[in-house]
Write a new protein. Sequence first.
Length: 276
Amino acid sequence: MSRADEIFISNVKDILENGISDENMEVRPKWQDGTPAHTIKKFGIVNRYDLAEEFPIITLRRTFFKTAVKEILWIWQKKSNNINDLDAHIWDSWADERGSIGKAYGYQLGVKHRYPEGEFDQVDRVLYDLKNNPASRRILTNLYNHHDLSEMHLYPCAYSMTFNVSGNRLNAVLNQRSQDFLAANGINVCQYAALVHMFAQVSGLEAGELVHVIADAHIYDRHIPVIKELIERKSHPAPKFIIDKSVTDFYGFTPDSFALEGYEYNEEKVKFPVAI
């Protein structure tokens, strides 16, 4: 069993057995038929993935790895807030007629800020510090800009990354305020793991731990039967993560810079509605 599957199954059981339902509360998300989308949730889930041991991708069902990579590059490399720059349809429901999701995600990473060494956006500041100030305890990004929330079509879910160099290992903490566990957990974990690998490689470091902190890990009411069936499926060993070692500039990575060798997963598709 892959470590990602083991953690996923443990989290799902914890949420279902010990979580709290919001069925008696007024909630924002709705199903397409207009019915309120209620959840059962667990507060403060913390998961640790050692990226030196294995790549954290779920095998209980297929995770579309290339799509996950495209999304993380769209946010962190292109620093875009327009779905026309993304070769995937993940964000279509939140985009306006021009394709914009407002001042969210990539937009925030692309805003330049003034530092003693000059002006940097958040991504370039991280890259600068990893090479020039690796002992710093101030290497982080934050997408949750209260000044711009009113102009975001969706408030950032995965909103903060803190990077920490320990020896020659690059570790990171991903903070997420909210996670639709069935729809997003598998994608979020593997795409931010890939990001840590990218930052480590271009900084002359090795990928270390990814610590994932989820404030509100929830399972929607209409997802419960689906996720119960999912965690009973056969698990497979983790695949080998392949990254193009010739890339030394973060902006040189493309979706084709990555591959998974020996990725086995259950072929049966998982169909479920998405709450908006």
